[in-house]
Each structure stands twice: as structure tokens, then as C-alpha cells.
Design a protein around this ligand. Structure first.
Ligand code: NAD
Ligand code: UDP
Length: 331
């Protein structure tokens, strides 16, 4: 990436987007952050607002956008199950119509565009670990479908734009990522467990807690996204970006208790429907095509994330409620 490159980050005020904007600015880019604040606030990017190379635009990507940019990272979409199930129709619109609008913008500008896709395209996977060649096992009519199928359709659109319009479009499949600036109430497992442990509240394990996830620290993830964007026109993906170290949810809970020194109890709650039983990325393609692999082990990343939540709670200034006050389901 050349200094002065004009880069659009949709969903730029969110958890991942805010870290990406920061890294792009540090590399000399001009960054246009577009967000409708559905699952974030200005809080995440307030420290960037004074930078003359940073611009913030409140906009919903389901409406067309006419701006002059060289690269587009399309991250706009609520990512936590609680958030994306809050308004499922809007979630599908954001993924599908948002992708159409951003691809149209990329086509007009001849800009490179990267899609933040997800391991959810594999659904409740029948092969393990998941390779990019696996087509997935997704329920098309379940409560997670608005997100899973929306992201799958967005991938289809990206590859059709490559075939039909020779666009430089790239798809990255992100596996569970965590770190500072996750929303404390977004219901995702890492933020839930840390907040519960710090408050001494019960740690809520859904199901038997033996389902697995593989957790990637945000800095590693951002590095993977930027390496993918830097590839030539021959590389469209899809490429898995995630940390292959796999943990049960119970192991995660015990690690959070150890690192926080919390005496909170583990309690068991109903497993949400269509909750995938296991998830682990095969990252051979990322290693070969991008020279990428994650560097931050879970323990180290959790220490940094816990420090962030401790500081946020000390200031007693958590980001405000989402989407007009979301309820935490399964809680
Ligand atoms: P997040 O909810 O913190 O960020 C998403 C951002 O998109 C928010 O700022 C939200 O306000 C914004 N947004 C939502 N709908 C929009 C719309 N219609 N128009 C404009 N902005 C809109 O989530 P995140 O964890 O930062 O995820 C970012 C992207 O990465 C998402 O596309 C998500 O699907 C993908 N992803 C994340 C993970 C993860 O573990 N964090 C895993 C897989 C994929
Ligand atoms: N989970 C849990 N307790 C919580 C929140 C989540 O046991 O308080 C489980 C959830 O059922 C899932 C895993 O943790 O099996 C990861 O959930 P998350 O919502 O973070 O991400 P996703 O299911 O989309 O991977």
C-alpha cells in the first residue's frame, strides 16, 4: 500500500474496523470510515477523529455511496449472534445489498475490494478443520441464516464480479476474533466471559461447554486482512484467516477465571439453535498465499483484552446500548 492511498473501511467504527482504520492510518493511508453505528459508537474511533487523514461518515451501506477511493474493506455487518439476530432482515440487507453497493463503487472506481466473510459460511461443519474447498453445512431457514446466508450470497456476488467484470475482489473468511474494543454487551463468548468474571457474575456456558472455537487476536487478524488486500489480481480467495489453536468453551471459561483471578461460578444455559459444535481453520492457503500465520497465543491476547475491559469498567464508561437497547438472549 502506498502512502496517500485512499481507503474506504465500511463498518469502520466497529471492533475490527476501528483497529483496521488505525493500522491503515499508521501506514500512511487516507481513511474514510463509513458506519451507521448499528452495533458500535464513535467511542471506538474517537481517538482518530483529530487525524487530518481520517474522515468519518455516518451512512448505511444498504444505500448507494459515491466516493472516490482506491481500496475498499467491506466490514459493515453486525457480527455477534445477539446483534445480527436483533433485526435479521436488516442483517441480510446489509450483507447482500451492502455488497452490491460496494461492488458497484469498486467497479466504477476500478478499486480493489475485500469482503470480510466468515467461518459461518461453513455452518455446523461436517469436516474438521475447515478448508476453503468445503462448501459448508448451513441451515437456510434458521435463526443464524440471516447472517450465514447473507455472507454466502455476498461471496457469490464477489466472485461473479470477478468473473463478469474482472474486478480485483477478494474474500477473506474470518474465524472468531477477539480483543480490545469488543462491545461489552454484544453477547460474544470472549466479551461475555471477561465481563462476567470481572463483575463476579456467573459465567454462562451454553450447552455442555464442550463445543469448540479457535480464537484469533485482533492484531493478527488485521495483519491478515492487509496482506490479502496487497495481493495481485490473481488472488481472490476465499482464504481462511484465524488461529488454528482450538479450545472448548469450557477451557476458555477456566482460562478467563485464572487470568482475572475471579471466583465466579460456571453455570450452564440452553444451547442456542444451530450453534456449531466445532470450528477450526485450516490456514494452509493463508500461509502459502499471504505468508501469514497468527503470532498471539490465546493467553497473551486475553491478558490484553482483560486489561481493556478492566480500564473501561474503571472509567465506568462502557459504550452505550446497541440498536436502541438490545436484549441478551440465552442469558
Ligand atoms: P462489529 O459489530 O463490532 O462491527 C460491525 C460494524 O458495522 C459496526 O460498527 C456497525 O455499526 C456497522 N454496520 C452494521 N450494519 C451497517 C450498515 N448497514 N451500514 C453501515 N455500517 C453498518 O463487528 P466486528 O466483529 O468488528 O465485525 C466486522 C466484520 O467482520 C463483519 O462483517 C463481520 O461479519 C466480520 N467477521 C467478524 C468476526 C469476529 O469474530 N469479530 C468473525 C467473522 C466475520
Ligand atoms: N457461548 C457461551 N456462553 C456465552 C456466549 C457464548 O457458552 O455467554 C458459546 C456459544 O454458544 C458458542 C460459542 O460460545 O458455542 C461462541 O459464541 P459466539 O457468540 O462468541 O460466536 P459464534 O457462535 O458466532 O462462533
Amino acid at each position: 500500500m502506498l502512502a496517500g492511498t485512499r481507503i474506504l473501511v465500511t463498518g469502520g467504527a466497529g471492533f475490527l474496523g476501528s483497529h483496521l482504520c488505525e493500522r491503515l492510518l499508521n501506514n500512511g493511508a487516507e481513511v474514510l470510515c463509513v458506519d451507521n453505528f448499528f452495533s458500535s459508537t464513535r467511542h471506538n474511533i474517537s481517538h482518530l477523529l483529530g487525524d487530518r487523514r481520517f474522515e468519518l461518515l455516518r451512512h448505511d451501506v444498504t444505500f448507494p455511496l459515491y466516493v472516490e477511493v482506491d481500496e475498499i474493506y467491506n466490514l459493515a455487518c453486525p457480527a455477534s449472534p445477539v446483534h445480527y439476530q436483533f433485526d435479521p432482515v436488516q442483517t441480510t440487507k446489509t450483507s447482500v445489498i451492502g455488497a452490491i453497493n460496494m461492488l458497484g463503487l469498486a467497479k466504477r472506481r476500478k478499486a480493489k475490494i475485500l469482503q470480510a466473510s466468515t467461518s459461518e459460511v461453513y455452518g455446523d461443519p461436517k469436516i474438521h478443520p475447515q478448508t476453503e474447498g468445503y462448501w459448508g453445512n448451513v441451515n437456510p431457514v434458521g435463526v443464524r441464516s440471516c447472517y450465514d446466508e447473507g455472507k454466502r450470497c455476498a461471496e457469490t456476488l464477489f466472485f461473479d464480479y470477478v468473473r463478469q467484470h474482472a474486478l480485483q475482489a477478494k474474500v477473506v473468511r474470518i474465524f472468531n476474533t477477539y480483543g480490545p474494543r469488543m462491545h461489552p454487551n454484544d453477547g460474544r463468548v470472549v466479551s461475555n466471559f471477561i465481563v462476567q468474571a470481572l463483575k463476579g457474575e456467573d459465567i454462562t456456558l451454553y450447552g455442555d461447554g464442550l463445543q469448540t472455537r479457535s480464537f484469533c487476536y485482533v492484531d493478527d487478524l488485521v495483519d491478515g486482512l492487509m496482506r490479502m488486500m496487497a495481493t495481485g489480481p490473481e488472488e481472490n480467495g476465499p482464504i481462511n484467516i484465524g488461529n488454528p489453536a482450538e479450545f472448548t468453551i469450557r477451557e476458555l471459561a477456566l482460562l478467563v477465571l485464572e487470568l482475572t483471578g475471579s471466583k465466579a461460578r460456571l453455570v450452564f444455559r440452553a444451547l442456542p439453535s444451530d450453534d456449531p459444535k466445532q470450528r477450526q481453520p485450516d490456514i494452509a492457503r493463508a500461509e502459502a498465499a499471504l505468508g501469514w500465520r497468527p503470532n498471539v497465543p490465546l493467553r497473551e491476547g486475553l491478558v490484553k483484552t482483560i486489561a481493556y475491559f478492566e480500564a473501561t469498567m474503571r472509567r465506568n464508561a462502557p459504550p452505550t446500548a446497541i440498536g436502541g437497547g438490545l436484549r441478551v438472549v440465552n442469558g
